[in-house]
Design a protein around this ligand. Structure first.
Ligand code: GLN
Ligand code: ZN
Length: 758
């Protein structure tokens, strides 16, 4: 008989009770003992839910107090020196110190978990003496068994993945580090085996990224060592997010089960199995229910897929499961009271996915007839959304297909545009500007709340926003900036703001997912054809422009960023969604220009987030991402200056694509990349306007003039002074007013020094 399983369940709780508990504890409002009780209650609730739904093999140790990679590091006593930890069990204060920083010591770096929007804490190996501080998987297993009678499947991040995601060692030391970790893993596993654990899930998502010969032989060594040490423990070697690159080698490893993603790695994994078969002594973890997407699966299609698999792997060796941990989706659709019916019925969050998995197991064990009603309900729901008005905007589909058939191109090449723009704008050398937002003070947030709660009417709120604009236009002039912004006071979030004004979007009430630590995001859902309805930013921008002689830069979020920070429909390719967004935003660009705004910034900080994991797929993505940006911006006059902005420092391998976006000016983060980005510009010749952020806005510290002068000098060793802009790294909305003004004054001083020098 086939069985059901999931790879992990969301931690945050249907009402974000996990987040609230963490934050209450951090702020001292919750004592440690009460906090522990609370988290235990949440953890057990999640297990109970899966038990009640009928999941056969329930993951344990997927729960975390912050992040599972940090948990793994802490389990092995890997605590950076600066946290004065002296061994033994790692106290919560140290654990959270690594994650969030303390007064004395900076937090560890945080980075994206593969191509998801989840961020993990990067383990720092330098100087570490790995040891076992506590067997967390065992503790989780015991708890589930004692409290609920659940025969749990402990989840552990595998050694190869753990090492690859860690920093603080040289590539040449990889084997030495593995040699230190393998015995520790073995000790953990032996204790599990002794306890009578049946299945353990060892996560090795790194296997989908393509391994070289050295890594493949490491992989073999690791799992051969495990097989020898814990012969009666069933190891499920779990991969996800893509198909595995080295199916043959992986399928030959001495493990009991192999977990493959048949959603995101569908064609690759299925093709490999069909071509090379599946070993008869192994169990297949068939990840057929999407652990990352929010859509209801077509049960009929999934039955079809499972039947294909069952032709190769007998039922008793099949575990039907989610494609990855359900960490990446919200908890339940049930509490959503405001979504339109066609949409709501077509959604499936974590809890609904549990049901889907259980149904599929029933179908495969007892025949599809046993779930006939569910099959019908499911198809009807999917059909209703498919035929909804929102998904059938012929006007949009035709317009987008017409414009995406053309090569989006501005009428003059940059060199010539630059000349006419200079003539029109008469900017000094090293023009100064900011990235868009100014501090969202308590006052601003309060005002928005009053308006949302209808204590304030639209007019009152609009007046308030205008007052803020007045204040900041004056301040910017006084500071001496050249290109001004209105300050984005009317926006909470750069995606939500536009999503609420465009057609084709929906917003949930509780659709939160963990982004990092206690930070959760509630991505909008793009479920229909995206369409421009009314101008979204014109009023505030135009108003700001009436208050000054200097140019005010309009401010939009770009198509790729809106898409990558939303949940999107899956019935059409992402490329098409990007073009629909581009077409809608182009109309906003044109409306701004029409209203007399001659500089328009289209932010694209999230381009990298959509980058496919597999290198061979990346060029295609970048090509249409660039095209979408150009579609958004190509229809303006030659004199209209298009700006863009990107944050994060990982752009070194994307400079050609960034150049191909053909923005007149790009502002980009550099200060946290420790010069790496400047270094990559040394190897490329970037020949459009560029502002490398001269100070880090993530810190409240006011940067000194000399620090910025150094940054400028360093950049100008590589970049053309005639094309160089001076600006902070990113938007200033999280900063205080005073530090913002002081920092910008220093930035202008540094600019004056540069103007005298060059
Ligand atoms: N214009 C946005 C702001 O200033 C850009 C934010 C971002 O890059 N993430 O806030
Ligand atoms: Zn930014």
């Amino acid at each position: 008989m086939a069985k059901s399983s999931v790879l992990g369940y969301p931690r945050i709780g249907a009402e974000r009770e996990w987040k609230k508990a963490l934050e209450a504890f951090w702020s001292g409002k919750l004592e440690e003992a009460a906090f522990q009780d609370k988290l235990r209650e949440i953890r057990l609730n999640h297990l109970r839910k899966q038990q009640e739904k009928g999941i056969d093999i329930i993951a344990v140790n997927d729960f975390s107090y912050y992040d599972h990679v940090l948990d793994t590091a802490v389990m092995f006593g890997i605590v950076p020196k600066r946290f004065s930890y002296t061994g033994g069990e790692v106290p919560l204060s140290v654990y959270y110190g690594i994650a969030r920083g303390t007064k004395e010591a900076a937090a560890s770096e945080m980075t994206k978990w593969f191509n998801t929007n989840y961020h993990y804490i990067v383990p720092e190996l330098d100087g570490a003496e790995p040891t076992i501080t506590e067997n967390k998987p065992l503790i989780a297993y015991r708890e589930a068994k004692e409290q609920l009678g659940v025969e749990g499947k402990p989840v552990i991040v595998g050694p190869l993945t753990f090492l690859k995601l860690s920093k603080g060692y040289q590539a040449s030391e990889t084997d030495a580090w593995l040699e230190r970790f393998i015995p520790l893993y073995i000790q953990i596993l032996q204790e599990l085996e002794r306890e009578g654990v049946q299945w353990v899930q060892i996560d090795e998502p790194i296997l989908v990224t393509g391994l070289d010969q050295a890594d493949l032989s490491r992989l073999r060594n690791i799992y051969e060592a495990f097989a020898a040490a814990v012969p009666s423990l069933n190891i499920m070697l779990q991969t996800y997010f893509e198909s595995v690159e080295n199916y043959k080698e992986i399928s030959e490893l001495p493990v009991k089960g192999i977990g493959l993603d048949f959603v995101h790695g569908h064609s690759g994994n299925l093709a490999s199995i069909k071509e090379l078969g599946f070993p008869e002594d192994k169990v297949l973890g068939a990840g057929v229910i999407d652990g990352r997407g929010i859509w209801r699966a077509s049960l009929r299609e999934k039955c079809g897929l499972l039947n294909e698999l069952a032709a190769i792997v007998t039922n008793d060796r099949l575990i039907v499961q989610s494609s990855c941990s359900l960490l990446h989706v919200p908890v339940t659709v049930q509490n959503e009271a405001k979504l339109q019916t066609e949409l709501k019925n077509a959604l499936s969050f974590a809890d609904e996915k549990l049901d889907e998995i259980v149904l599929l197991v029933k179908a495969i064990n007892s025949g599809e007839g046993s779930i006939a009603d569910d099959l019908d309900t499911c198809e009807r729901a999917l059909q209703a959304l498919k035929s909804s008005d929102e998904r059938n905007r012929l006007d949009i589909q035709q317009a987008v297909s017409a414009i995406s058939g053309q090569q989006p191109q501005r009428s003059l090449p940059f060199a010539e545009r630059h000349v006419v723009q200079q003539k029109k704008w008469q900017l000094p050398i090293f023009p100064t500007t900011t990235i868009g937002s100014f501090p969202q003070s308590v006052e601003v947030r309060k005002a928005r709340q009053s308006w949302r709660k209808a204590e304030w009417n639209n007019e009152q709120y609009a007046d308030f926003i205008r007052e803020q604009i007045d204040i900041w236009i004056k301040l910017q002039e006084e500071i001496g900036l050249d290109v001004l912004v209105h300050g984005e006071f009317e926006r909470t979030d750069m995606v939500e703001f536009f999503g609420e004004k465009l057609a084709g979007f929906a917003f949930t009430q509780y659709g939160w997912v963990q982004s990092y630590g206690s930070r959760c995001v509630k991505p909008p859902i793009i479920f229909g054809d995206v369409a421009f309805e009314n101008a979204m930013t014109v009023e505030e921008t135009k108003y700001a422009q009436t208050k000054t002689e200097r140019p005010v830069k309009g401010m939009l979020t770009g198509p790729i960023t809106i898409m990558n920070w939303s949940f999107v429909r899956e019935d059409i390719p992402r490329e098409q969604i990007a073009y629909q967004l581009a077409y809608a935003l182009r109309q906003e660009v044109e409306a701004l220009e029409e209203a007399g705004i001659g500089m328009i910034q289209v932010d694209e900080p999230a381009v990298r987030e959509g980058l496919p994991l597999k290198e061979e797929d990346q060029a295609e993505y970048l090509a249409w991402a660039v095209k979408a940006f150009r579609m958004t911006t190509c229809t303006v006059q030659d004199t209209t200056q298009i700006h863009t902005h990107m944050c994060y420092c990982e752009f070194h391998d994307m400079i050609d694509s960034i150049e191909a976006m053909d923005a007149d000016v790009i502002s980009i983060e550099t200060s946290r990349s420790h010069g790496e980005l400047i270094h990559s510009f040394e190897q490329n010749t970037y020949e459009l306007g560029i502002g490398l952020g001269v100070y880090d806005i993530h810190s409240p510290r006011v940067p000194r003039v000399e620090e910025m002068t150094n940054m400028i000098d360093r950049a100008l060793r590589v970049l053309d002074p005639k094309l160089f802009w001076i600006n902070p790294d990113c938007g200033l909305k999280t900063r205080g007013v005073e530090e913002t003004v002081d920092s910008l004054r220093n930035m202008v001083k540094a600019t004056q020094i540069a103007r005298e020098k060059y």
